[in-house]
Ligand binder design. Structure first.
Ligand SMILES: NC(=O)NCCC[C@H](N)C(=O)O
Length: 307
């Protein structure tokens, strides 16, 4: 009998209950719950066509710790590079693997094509549009740090990239949360994703709003979040983009608009660009706990899909 697998391509594919379950399970992993080896006997492909430090290491380590074996593919390894279609690649791999964690840096539709079979789970390890596993790790970090997510207020400063998009699709599932996005003009969150996030917000009594300036920053916030200015696989055609981005830099004066807030960053960081060294390396930064949460959250994702 052919098993049917679950995929994680977009957070919009997850019910509120599934999303909250994965986050809660990630928190249990962070606390060191005895997980055993539920993936024992499975083989997982880990395919990164684009650079990765955290996501690749987190999913590889999580898979191994849960008892899976992994096959790792770099950007030059698959016949995709010689013209094999993504659909054929998915069909073939599905006959040999139980799951595939893939960062293609292309469209989310590419990942849906890989997932157009029902034998192998596909996990989006970041597409141009969305970085779902990052948001799950971010929510795991918040839940662990604050003891819960309901009612948290988050200020996100910087490009409305794949990280921001996923955060909007995730945080809005929790009642009473607020996500204030301040993105440079012309570099906002994908409008379709924002519409979807506003829909979740309306359903859950939460809020998401986007502005393109740094005036009247909302306070008090629980979290101030930023992201680097160079999003993977993209280039900025506007030669003045740094001038547009500069006001969204996070330094002590920005963090101090909310004296109780912690600082988060999806990393990698460029000190002196999107964030000052004092903030990133300072006592209010939980950015490296957040990086560690990728491992705990990856375990929860793999258990949900494959375990
Ligand atoms: N934590 C990560 O997965 N970092 C990788 C880069 C994320 C960032 N949003 C980017 O697209 O460059």
């Amino acid at each position: 009998m052919t098993p049917t697998r679950k995929h994680l391509i977009s957070l919009a594919d997850l019910s509120d209950a599934d999303l909250r379950h994965i986050v809660a399970r990630g928190v249990e992993h962070a606390k060191g719950v005895a997980a055993g080896e539920p993936l024992s006997g499975t083989v997982l492909g880990v395919y990164f066509r684009k650079t990765s430090t955290r996501t690749r290491t987190a999913f590889s380590s999580a898979a191994l710790r849960l008892g899976a074996r992994i096959i790792s593919y770099g950007p030059d390894d698959l016949q995709l590079n010689t013209g094999e279609t993504i659909e054929d690649t998915g069909q073939v791999m599905a006959r040999m693997l139980d799951g595939l964690v893939a960062r293609t840096a292309g469209t989310t539709e590419e990942l849906r094509a890989l997932a157009a079979q029902n034998r192998m789970s596909v996990v989006n390890a970041m597409s141009a549009r969305e970085h779902p596993t990052q948001a799950l790790a971010d929510l795991t970090t918040m839940a662990g740090h604050f003891g819960g997510i309901d009612g948290l207020r988050v200020l996100y400063l910087g490009e409305g990239n794949n990280t921001a998009a996923a955060l909007a699709l995730g945080l809005t599932r929790y009642p009473g949360t607020e996500l204030h996005l301040r993105t440079p003009p012309g570099f906002g969150v994908d409008p379709e994703i924002l519409v979807r996030a506003k829909h979740y917000a309306a359903q859950n009594g939460s809020l998401v709003e986007e502005r393109h300036d740094m005036l009247d920053l909302p306070t008090p916030m629980d979290v101030v979040y930023t992201t680097r200015w160079q999003t993977t696989g993209t280039s900025k055609s506007d030669p003045d983009w740094r001038t547009l981005f500069a006001p969204f830099h996070v330094d002590e004066s920005v963090l101090d608009t909310s004296p109780g807030a912690v600082f988060m960053h999806d990393l990698p960081a460029h000190r002196g660009e999107e964030v000052s060294a004092g903030v990133l390396d300072g006592p209010r930064s939980i950015a490296f706990d957040q990086a560690e949460a990728k491992l705990h959250s990856a375990k929860a994702v793999l258990e949900w899909c494959i375990g």
